[in-house]
Design a protein around this ligand. Structure first.
Ligand code: NAD
Length: 492
């Protein structure tokens, strides 16, 4: 599992460069704490250069005049290159972020598919026409919004890069992407593929650096027209405030504390599997994780007992080791935060029924592992029921009837995702309609498609990514009115 420490460069104005002040960050493998890579640590000066490059590429460069067909071809080429490099990208994602290989492979395929979806959509950006009143004709032109700052978190580094870049490029925008300082490697590897695809300089810039300085510059800069952010709700608020300086357009994909509701008439085995997958996929480091499991009282005990029997199947280890289903958390600091929530759950009187600590054994000693953890009899008022933990900690909350389930589910400042399990389809749809969440599932949890909109209600965000909706936030709308009558107006 040992790997050579490689030095990465970022991508500004078509060139691979280091930070101006020589700043570097050591990236470690979270499964064993071993040095993995050195990545540039950009500051405001580097970000300013990237913004200027994206500005010039938009205002004076060839990108805006590149036809939609050709933009689409570039996107297909990037998709092809991702597929051709899928193995290396998936392994790099595992080493940098910690997720199991099977999940990283899925992310890589999904990232390629995202570029392909928007490659196809590039030629389908159409406006409406109107021909009333009789002596006029009006139509709508859709135009690229301009220079886009794109800031992403550490849990799906390559996939989030695709979600951000693909619609922006399809729309004809130029972009500066800032990956998380913890997980910049696959975004920097993607920069190499984008270069190979032959995009003109400055159209895509990928700048590795922290939120303080580099990220703030991107959010504040008056030269940026739009900022698309995925990350925590607190950071999202700061971005919205920073972006207000020039009233740039803002889209936000933020946190969640998502309810997964199991009714007594659900398919029991499917719901047990679904509940575990909802909570523990990607170590629970998923904005849409089903981290609040609401179970109808009549099956509550049996359901928890069955989950406990199955939980030993979640094999922990390095994501590249065979059979591993759960990797380490992304960093020691994040592990400490998750452990803080586990202590808070115990303090507040929730019943810890499994996990709660670090796994024992030499192979875990230097990684940032936390066991899959379940708290039972959680009260909706407890912190572990209200705050996003973003780790492998599931809070089980029993409920007595449909109305109470809906009430508990909606009693949250968040509204990102929600799941419902019942074989009564009428009830399932009735409950889904009541839930204040942007992504919902009936008798499944987590599947989502590049073709469908992604985003949250309430404090889980603002706007939608993906699908036909996702491209809208990268487009301006221009009204064009044409007079068909030569008669002078004679107003005065
Ligand atoms: P974070 O908010 O700490 O950081 C996200 C990004 O913002 C990073 O690139 C970081 O460097 C940058 N950043 C931090 N402060 C900044 C500032 N003041 N100005 C500009 N940039 C700044 O989030 P994280 O810990 O990387 O990721 C976890 C969070 O992301 C969770 O809350 C999770 O729910 C959320 N998330 C949401 C979605 C979604 O689609 N809704 C998807 C994935 C993750």
């Amino acid at each position: 599992m040992k790997t050579q420490v490689k030095t990465y460069e970022m991508f500004i104005n078509g060139k691979f460069v280091q930070a101006k002040n020589g700043g570097m960050r050591e990236i470690v493998d979270p499964a064993n704490g071993e040095p993995l890579a050195l990545a540039p640590e950009a500051g405001r000066a580097d970000m300013k250069l990237a913004i200027l490059a994206a500005r010039a590429a938009f205002d004076k460069g060839p990108w805006r005049k590149t036809t939609a067909q050709d933009r689409g071809k570039f996107l297909f080429k990037i998709g092809d290159l991702i597929r051709a490099n899928a193995k290396a990208l998936a392994e790099l994602e595992v080493r940098n972020m910690g997720k199991p290989l099977v999940e990283a492979e899925y992310d890589v395929a999904d990232a390629a598919n995202c570029f392909e979806f928007y490659g196809g959509l590039a030629t389908k950006i159409h406006g409406e026409t109107m021909s009333v009143p009789a002596n006029s004709m009006s139509f709508v032109l859709r135009e690229p919004i301009g220079v886009c700052g794109q800031i992403i978190p550490w849990n799906y580094p390559l996939l989030m890069s695709a979600w951000k870049l693909a619609p922006a490029l399809a729309a004809g925008c130029t972009a500066i992407l800032k990956p998380s300082e913890l997980t910049p490697l696959t975004a920097l590897a993607l920069a190499r593929l984008i270069h190979e695809a032959g995009l003109p300089p400055g159209v895509v810039n990928i700048v590795a650096g922290p939120g303080a300085g580099a990220g703030e510059e991107l959010a504040e800069s008056p030269l940026v027209d739009k900022v698309a952010f995925t990350g925590g709700t607190l950071t999202g608020r700061k971005i919205a405030i920073a972006a207000a300086g020039n009233l740039k357009k803002v889209t936000l994909e933020l946190g969640g504390k998502n309810p997964n509701i199991v009714f007594a008439d659900a398919d029991f085995e499917a719901a047990v599997d679904g509940a575990l997958f909802a909570a523990f996929a990607n170590q629970g480091e998923v904005c849409s994780a089903g981290s609040r499991l609401l179970i109808e009282k009549s099956i509550h005990k049996k359901f928890v007992d069955t989950m406990l029997k199955k939980i030993s199947r979640i094999k922990l280890g390095h994501g590249l080791s065979a059979g591993v289903k759960m990797g380490p958390l992304v960093s020691a600091a994040h592990r400490d935060k998750v452990e803080g929530y586990i202590k808070a759950g115990i303090r507040e009187g929730a019943k810890l029924v499994c996990g709660g600590g670090r796994p024992k054994g030499a192979e875990f000693a230097r990684g940032f592992f936390v066991e899959p953890t379940i708290f039972d009899d959680v009260k909706p008022t407890m912190r572990i029921a209200r705050e996003e933990i973003f780790g492998p900690v599931l809070s089980v909350i029993p409920f007595k009837n449909e109305a109470e389930a809906i009430h508990i589910a909606n009693d949250s400042e968040y509204g990102l995702a929600a799941g419902v399990w019942t074989l009564n389809v009428n009830k399932g749809i009735r409950v889904l309609k009541e839930l204040r969440a942007g992504i919902t599932w009936l008798n499944t949890y987590h599947p989502t498609f590049n073709e469908m909109p992604w985003g949250g209600y309430k404090q889980s965000g603002n706007g939608r990514e993906l699908g036909l909706y996702g491209i809208q936030s990268y487009l301006e709308t221009k009204q064009v009115n044409i007079n068909l009558d030569e008669t002078p107006l004679a107003w005065y």
